[in-house]
Design a protein around this ligand. Structure first.
Ligand SMILES: [Zn+2]
Length: 351
């Protein structure tokens, strides 16, 4: 799915400013137009941001656009009922019912928000605790297609696998490239590795790697790549726009892996084979193609691509950073990709 937020700038070359969320069809359409301008041969599957502004009639109109395939929900956008350990989506049930009717996908950012009432919720267990809510929605809306986005935990992988099988394939999970590499030890102290949901333990990472090669379509690739500039990564969130003053702020959550995601998934699998986590025979062409594209296309009802790409090992090194220029060419910020300056495989488009 295309990224959730639009820039507030009208110049698409400017730094993505991840607000405001796309809560109206007009905003999604405008964003779709800009993306298509940038990449005319890419089919963008757009999504709306779930908010109180979304009604069943919004869903009906969205379905008629031919661009909008899903609605993404962040728990921050819904009320919580932490005492029961469940995110309370009840006010959105009419919206979900309409989505179910028109075949629109619910894309869940599955983390139970931490609240002061429940001291037992933290970044390490927020995803696992959300699974109660996932099961509830899956059980209540028997035809709704659901994706648990960017799974990071063994618990989530097991839950999605089970729900995928018991639901006839209408529940899937996505896995990012960076979560195939990172554990929480990599995240602590390195803002460039901080994203939500945070990378978990080595046991969880193994579960993700195994899920990639399990095949059968329960999991497919989702980059969840976020190009936050260094200013936002290194405490710039509270700093406003005054470049001359360094103001401590929060670190923006997100890893920018997009330039190398395909290669990284393959490298992640190679490492998994070396570590003995998966067997080489499991990494078949079918499984890799399915994970990187085929399973997702099938789930979304998008026809197969005839375009081919080849990954080759060579001399390429990941970029150290990308400059973000404002009008006039002045460098406003830089975006640092995942695994900067490290060797990466090269990607060739064959057709
Ligand atoms: Zn998310």
């Amino acid at each position: 799915l295309a990224y959730q937020y639009s820039s507030t700038n009208t110049d698409v070359s400017q730094q993505p400013n991840l607000i405001p969320p796309l809560t109206t069809i007009d905003a999604v359409q405008a964003y779709h137009t800009r993306l298509t301008y940038l990449s005319p041969n890419t089919k963008f599957l757009m999504s709306l941001y779930l908010s109180p502004a979304i009604t069943p009639s919004t869903i009906a109109a969205a379905a008629a656009t031919n661009h909008i395939y899903g609605v993404k929900s962040y728990p921050a956008g819904v009320t919580t009922n932490s005492a029961a350990g469940v995110v309370d989506y009840e006010s959105f049930f009419p919206v979900f019912a309409k989505m179910e009717e028109v075949g629109m996908v619910l894309n869940l950012h599955g983390e139970l928000p931490s609240t002061e009432d429940d001291e037992d919720v933290n970044v390490m267990n927020a995803e696992e605790k959300f699974l109660v809510t996932l099961r509830e929605i899956v059980g209540r809306f028997r035809k709704l297609k659901i994706v648990l986005e960017h799974c990071t935990s063994k618990a989530a992988v097991e839950c999605v696998q089970e729900l995928h099988e018991s639901s006839g394939g209408r529940v899937c999970g996505t896995i990012t490239a960076h979560h195939l590499f990172l554990t929480v030890d990599d995240v602590v102290g390195d803002p460039m590795h901080f994203c939500k949901p945070v990378a978990k333990t080595g046991v969880d990472r193994r579960a993700l790697l195994r899920a990639v090669v399990r095949g059968k379509g329960a999991f497919f690739f989702g980059s969840d790549s976020a190009p936050h500039g260094l200013k936002k990564k290194y405490g710039g969130m509270g700093g406003g726009n005054n470049n001359a003053v360094v103001v401590p702020g929060k670190c923006a959550a997100g890893v920018f892996a997009q330039p190398y995601v395909t290669q990284l998934v393959l490298e992640g699998l190679e490492r998994a084979v070396e570590m003995g986590v998966v067997k080489k025979e499991q990494c078949t062409k079918e499984v890799v193609e399915g994970f990187l594209g085929g399973y997702g296309r099938k789930f979304y009802g998008v026809e197969k691509s005839k375009r081919r790409m080849r990954v080759v090992s060579g001399e390429e090194t990941a970029m150290e950073m990308y400059e973000v220029k404002i009008r006039g060419g002045e460098v406003e910020d830089v975006v640092v990709p995942f695994r900067r300056k490290e060797p990466v495989y090269s990607l060739e488009m064959l057709s």
